[in-house]
Design a protein around this ligand. Structure first.
Ligand SMILES: Nc1ncnc2c1ncn2[C@@H]1O[C@H](COP(=O)(O)OP(=O)(O)OP(=O)(O)O)[C@@H](O)[C@H]1O
Ligand SMILES: [Mg+2]
Ligand SMILES: [Zn+2]
Length: 507
C-alpha cells in the first residue's frame, strides 16, 4: 500500500513543504528512508517503530520505504517522525482515507508515542498558507506560534493515538486559544535612561542612533557606564511593526527560542554575545546551517561589549551582514540564507589595562594604538557614530533627581521615524542608516556651506568617501529629530563630532 502525508523542512529561516511518501510492500522486513534525509531523520526509524508499537498499533512486518520529496535539498531534524508514523499507519489502514494535500503534519515522537514540539512551526505555518494548504497538525507545544498564521486551521495532538483519532474523525479537535499574545515588553528589562547620570553626549548619540538606526561605538574608561547605556538602547527603540513581529518570531522559532515563551516577539531583540564567540556562533554555521547571533539580532540590537577583545577574524566576519543586511552560509548540506539587519552597538576601553584616564594610563602609546587598532578601518567605517565618553565626575554620580526617562526620548525617536517613513514611502528603506550612496545623494542634498564644511573635514580628518556619506546620514537624522526639512550646517557639524576614530587614525 502507498500513502502520502505532507510535512515541511526548514531551509534557512523559512520552511518548504515536503511530501512524505510511504510504501509498504511485502518482502523481507526492512525500513529505508530516501530523499536526502540527514542523520536525525534516519534515526527517526527507531523512534517511529517504538512509538507505533507503544501507542498500541502494529508495525508492518514488511518492506517499508519512505521517500521525502522533492529530493533536491537536505531534510533535517526530528519533525518528520509524526508524518512518517501517520504515513505508515495510513499505508497499513489504521489511518483511514487519503490525507494527501489536505493537511500538513510536523512533530517529534518519543518512544512511548508522546509528541514533542519542534523548531520552526511558525515558518511551517507560513509555508502552508503560501502553498494553499489550509490545515496544519502541530504538537501542543507549538500551538501558540502556529495560531499566529492568518488563514491557517490548526490542529494539535499530545500523542500518536490522539493524532490518529483526529485524522479518523473519532475525536473532536481541541479548542485553541486566540491568536497568541505579543510580548511588547519583557518584565526582565526594567532599565531606563532615567538611571544614567551625566554622559549627556553619549545619551544624545544613542538617541540619534535609535532615531536613524545607526551603528554606534562607545569608547571610555571602565565604570563610565558604557554597558549601562548600551543596555538601555532598546528602551528608546520603536516596538516591532506588524509584519516585523512575524518576521522576528519566525527566526526565533527556527532557532528554538520561541516555544517556551508561548508568545510572539514584540520587543526588538537585544543580543549580547560574549567576546569568546566563534565566527559560526556570530554569523551562523554548522551543517545544516543554523542562524547565528547576527540573525537573532535581526530588526534589533547586536551589542558587542569589549569590542577589541573579540578575535579579529570574528570582527571582520561582521562586514558582510553590516553591508548587506543578510548572511549566506554554504555547506555541503546546502546554502542557508539568513536575514541579519541589526543595529550594532560596540563598547571598548581605550586601552587593554582599562586605565581610568589618559593621564594615569600606564600603557605606552604603542600599546594603546595596538588595542584600538584591532578595530579595522573597514569595520569602523561601517559604524556611523563614534562616541568618546569621559569618566563620570563624582559630583554627577551623586546628583539628585532622575535624568530624562526613556519614555520622553522615545517620543522624539518616534517622531523622527515618522518623518523618515514619509520620506522613504515607496522604497524598501525604513531608516536613514539604510540609505545607499545614491540615495544619500538624492535624498539628503547638503547646502553649499555644509558641503564646504564637509570637504574641509574630509581632508582634515582623512574621511573616506564612505565616511562622508555616513556623516550626511547622521546629519539627516539629527535634522529629523529637530523636525527640519532641509539639512543645515549645524546638523553636519554635530554629525562630524561623531567621527572620533577618523581623527585618531590621522594622528
Ligand atoms: N553615568 C552613570 N550614571 C549612573 N550610574 C553609573 C554611571 N556610570 C556608571 N554607573 C554605575 O557603575 C556601574 C558600572 O558601569 P558600566 O558597567 O556600565 O561601566 P562600563 O563603562 O561598561 O565599564 P567597563 O569598561 O568596566 O565594562 C553601573 O552598573 C552603574 O551602577
Ligand atoms: Mg562594560
Ligand atoms: Zn592604559
Amino acid at each position: 500500500m502507498l500513502a502520502r502525508m505532507l510535512s515541511a523542512a526548514l531551509v534557512g529561516v523559512e520552511a518548504e513543504l515536503v511530501r512524505v511518501e510511504v510504501d509498504v510492500a511485502s518482502g523481507l522486513p526492512a525500513f529505508t528512508t530516501v530523499g536526502l534525509p540527514d542523520s536525525a531523520v534516519r534515526e527517526s526509524r527507531e523512534r517511529v517503530k517504538s512509538a507505533i508499537r507503544n501507542a498500541g498499533f502494529s508495525f508492518p512486518n514488511d518492506r517499508v520505504t519512505i521517500n521525502l520529496a522533492p529530493a533536491d535539498f537536505r531534510k533535517e531534524g526530528p519533525a518528520f517522525d509524526l508524518p512518517i508514523a501517520l504515513g505508515i499507519l495510513a499505508a497499513t489502514g489504521a489511518v483511514k482515507g487519503d490525507q494527501d494535500g489536505a493537511l500538513a503534519v510536523v512533530g517529534e515522537l518519543a518512544l512511548d508515542g508522546a509528541i514533542h514540539g519542534v523548531r520552526g512551526a511558525l515558518a511551517v505555518g507560513l509555508a502552508c498558507v503560501r502553498h494553499r494548504v489550509r490545515t496544519l497538525l502541530v504538537p501542543v507545544d507549538n500551538r501558540a506560534e502556529a495560531r499566529a498564521v492568518d488563514g491557517l486551521h490548526v490542529l494539535t495532538a499530545r500523542t500518536l493515538r490522539e493524532a490518529v483519532a483526529l485524522l479518523n474523525g473519532e475525536a473532536e479537535p481541541a479548542a485553541l486559544p486566540e491568536a497568541p499574545p505579543v510580548v511588547v515588553r519583557d518584565a526582565s528589562d526594567d532599565v531606563d535612561f532615567g538611571d544614567v547620570r551625566g554622559q549627556a553626549y553619549a545619551k544624545r548619540a544613542l538617541e540619534i542612533a535609535a532615531a536613524g538606526g545607526h551603528n554606534v561605538i562607545l569608547v571610555g574608561p571602565p565604570g563610565g557606564g558604557k554597558t549601562m547605556l548600551a543596555r538601555r538602547l532598546p528602551s528608546i527603540l520603536p516596538p516591532l511593526g506588524g509584519n516585523e513581529v512575524v518576521e522576528v518570531s519566525c527566526i526565533w522559532s527556527v532557532a528554538g527560542l520561541l516555544t517556551a515563551r508561548g508568545a510572539l516577539v514584540g520587543t526588538r531583540p537585544f543580543r549580547a554575545p560574549h567576546h569568546t564567540i566563534s565566527v559560526s556562533g556570530l554569523i551562523g554555521g554548522g551543517s545544516p546551517p543554523r542562524p547565528g547571533e547576527v540573525t537573532l539580532a535581526h530588526r534589533g540590537v547586536l551589542f558587542l561589549d569589549e569590542l577589541p577583545e573579540f578575535q579579529q577574524h570574528v570582527l571582520e566576519s561582521l562586514r558582510q551582514p553590516l553591508e548587506d543586511g543578510r548572511v549566506s552560509i554554504t555547506r555541503a548540506s546546502g546554502t542557508g540564507r539568513f536575514p541579519a539587519r541589526f543595529q550594532l552597538v560596540g563598547a571598548a576601553n581605550p586601552c587593554r589595562r582599562g586605565c581610568p584616564t589618559l593621564d594615569t594610563c600606564l600603557c605606552t602609546p604603542a600599546e594603546r594604538d595596538r588595542y584600538l587598532g584591532r578595530l579595522s578601518r573597514p569595520l569602523l567605517d561601517r559604524i556611523d557614530l563614534h562616541v568618546e565618553m569621559p569618566a563620570v565626575p563624582a559630583g554627577d554620580l551623586q546628583a539628585r533627581g532622575a535624568g530624562e526617562p526613556s519614555a520622553a526620548i522615545l517620543t522624539r525617536v518616534l517622531t523622527a521615524r515618522e518623518r523618515q517613513r514619509a520620506r522613504f514611502r515607496g522604497t524598501a528603506l525604513r531608516v536613514n542608516a539604510e540609505m545607499t550612496t545614491r540615495q544619500v545623494r538624492r535624498l539628503c542634498p547638503a547646502p553649499a556651506d555644509a558641503e564646504r564644511l564637509l570637504a574641509a573635514a574630509m581632508s582634515r580628518l582623512g574621511l573616506s568617501a564612505r565616511g562622508h556619506d555616513r556623516v550626511l546620514k547622521v546629519a539627516r537624522t539629527i535634522a529629523d529629530l529637530e523636525g527640519a526639512d532641509t539639512l543645515g550646517v549645524d546638523h553636519c557639524a554635530e554629525a562630524l563630532q561623531y567621527r572620533g576614530f577618523d581623527r585618531r587614525w590621522r594622528a
